[in-house]
Design a protein around this ligand. Structure first.
Ligand code: AP5
Ligand code: MG
Length: 215
């Protein structure tokens, strides 16, 4: 049976990471989050991580050839699995063409793109209050999804941190990059009729149910 391919797309803070983790486990899909993979490399100070950090800290996209190399390795490792869920990739039209090429090599194609839609003010409120676990990558919100004890991860007890790119000026830059580079890709998917728009303003469980019903 052919692996299913789904893409989660949306602006920074839309809830892609929050949803991706639950949906991948619910559907038994391999989760490929480029942001998480890059942050893991940054944390381990790999060659890729050192280069990636200089772009991520400014809110800019990491060069496509580095990201696609990482993606290809990941697909190859997991070929034959039930499905793949992409979070944060593709990010622009050129990455989308490269993804199509890669998938063709494995005789696969994208089944559906799920677009999580949120308002600009929601984005700022979510990102300035986000905390993440550097160890198990759990995501929290100090108001909507706070940790049970102090700022410690419920799952593994690690001290939570704020992402380096969740500073106000970097959030602004990430939003500019989204509008200039990713929005044209969303428009393209819309023209192809392959996108399903989900209201990301609702509670996480409601958003999840809506996504699952479209997969
Ligand atoms: P990436 O990690 O992909 O960041 P992003 O796209 O900016 O998105 P975020 O992770 O900030 O938001 P999210 O939608 O995942 O929201 P979350 O679920 O955390 O990329 C980071 C950087 O890496 C890029 O800037 C770039 O440099 C590089 N990069 C990554 N991919 C790349 C690529 N393909 N090519 C080149 N460079 C790349 O939720 C946010 C907050 O809201 C949390 O606190 C959460 O608890 C809360 N929340 C979530 N849902 C809800 C809800 N429904 N109600 C209330 N609160 C909610
Ligand atoms: Mg994310």
């Amino acid at each position: 049976m052919k692996s299913k391919i789904y893409i989660l797309i949306g602006p920074p803070g839309a809830g892609k990471g929050t949803q991706a983790k639950n949906i991948a486990s619910n559907k038994d899909f391999v989760l490929i989050s480029t942001g998480d993979l890059l942050r893991d490399n940054v944390g381990r100070k790999t060659e890729l991580g050192v280069i990636a950090k200089s772009y991520m800290d400014k809110g800019e996209l990491v060069p496509t050839e580095l990201v696609t190399k990482m993606i290809k390795a990941n697909i190859k490792q997991n070929i034959g699995k039930n499905g793949f869920l992409f979070d944060g990739f593709p990010r622009d039209l050129s990455q989308n063409s490269l993804l199509d090429e890669m998938l063709k090599e494995f005789d696969l194609e994208v089944d559906r793109i799920i677009y999580i839609d949120v308002k600009n003010e929601t984005i700022y409120e979510r990102l300035t209050n986000r905390r993440i676990c550097p160890k198990c990558k759990d995501v929290y919100h100090m108001k909507y999804n706070p940790p049970k004890k102090d700022e410690l991860c419920d799952n593994c007890g690690e001290q939570l941190i704020t992402r380096d790119d969740d500073k106000l000026d970097v959030i602004k830059k990430r939003l500019d990059v989204y509008h200039n580079s990713t929005q044209p890709l969303v428009d393209y998917f819309e023209k192809m009729g392959k996108i399903t728009k989900i209201n990301g303003e609702k509670a996480p469980k409601e958003v999840e149910a809506e996504i699952i019903s479209n997969i």
